[in-house]
Design a protein around this ligand. Structure first.
Ligand code: 0RA
Length: 194
C-alpha cells in the first residue's frame, strides 16, 4: 500500500466539485485536512440535489452516496461530464470511510446526511437556513481499510496545483490543520498560464 488509494479518495471528491465548476456553477473549492485524519471538501456550487428519487423514494443524494453504481442514473441529466460518472466515485469514498457527513446548502436551507461505513445512519434532514449554496463533504478514511491514513500535503498540493492550472478561474485552497500550512491555488489565465 503506497497511499495511492488514500489520496485518490480526496481527488475523487474534489473532482465532483470541479465538475460543478465546469458546469459553470462553482468557483471556489476548499480542501481541509483535519487533525483527526478526516478531510473536508467544500464548494460553492448549487449543492447536490435533495429532491426525492422517484424509484427509490429517497433523496437523490442518498441514493448517489449509498449505491456503488448510482452515477449512471443521474448522468443523463447534468451529472458529471468529465472523466466518468458523477457520484460513482463519491459512493466509493463513502464505502471506504468510517464516517461521512454531507452538508448541502441550497434553496435557502441547509441539509445534513450522515453515513457510517457507507451506510446511511441519519437520513437527509433540514438543519437550518442558509444564504449560500454549495456542497460540503466531510469524511474519515477507514483505518480498517487503509493501513496508513496519513495524507501527504505535498501529494495533494501537487495535484491541486495541476487542477488549478487546468481549470481557469477556479480558486482551490488547501489547508492542513495538522501543521497550519495553507495555500491558495488560483491561476487566472488557466491553461494559458501553464
Ligand atoms: C447535479 C445536479 C445538481 C448539483 C450537482 C449535480 C452537484 C454535485 C456535486 C458534487 C460535489 N459538488 C456538487 N455540486 C453540485 C443540482 C442541479 C440544480 O440545482 O438544478
Amino acid at each position: 500500500d503506497d497511499g495511492t488509494g488514500l489520496h485518490h479518495m480526496v481527488f475523487e471528491v474534489v473532482d465532483n466539485s470541479i465538475d460543478e465548476a465546469l458546469a459553470g456553477h462553482c468557483d471556489q473549492i476548499d480542501v481541509i485536512l483535519h487533525s483527526d485524519g478526516a478531510v473536508s471538501v467544500i464548494d460553492n456550487g448549487r449543492g447536490m440535489p435533495v429532491d426525492i428519487h422517484p424509484e427509490q423514494m429517497l433523496p437523490g443524494v442518498e441514493v448517489i452516496l449509498s449505491t456503488l453504481h448510482a452515477g449512471g442514473k443521474f448522468s443523463a441529466k447534468n451529472y458529471r461530464f468529465s472523466g466518468g460518472l458523477h457520484g460513482v466515485g463519491v459512493s466509493v469514498v463513502n464505502a471506504l470511510s468510517s464516517w461521512l457527513r454531507l452538508t448541502i446548502r441550497r434553496e435557502g436551507k441547509s441539509f445534513l446526511l450522515e453515513f457510517q461505513n457507507g451506510h446511511c445512519t441519519s437520513p437527509l434532514k433540514e438543519t437550518g437556513i442558509s444564504s449560500i449554496t454549495g456542497t460540503e463533504i466531510h469524511f474519515h478514511p477507514d483505518v480498517e481499510i487503509f493501513t496508513d491514513i496519513d495524507l501527504k500535503y505535498a501529494i495533494l498540493a501537487k495535484r491541486i496545483r495541476e487542477l488549478s492550472f487546468l481549470n481557469k478561474n477556479i480558486n482551490i485552497s488547501l489547508s492542513d490543520k495538522r501543521t497550519n500550512k495553507e495555500e491558495n491555488f488560483a491561476q487566472k489565465g488557466g491553461i494559458a498560464e501553464f
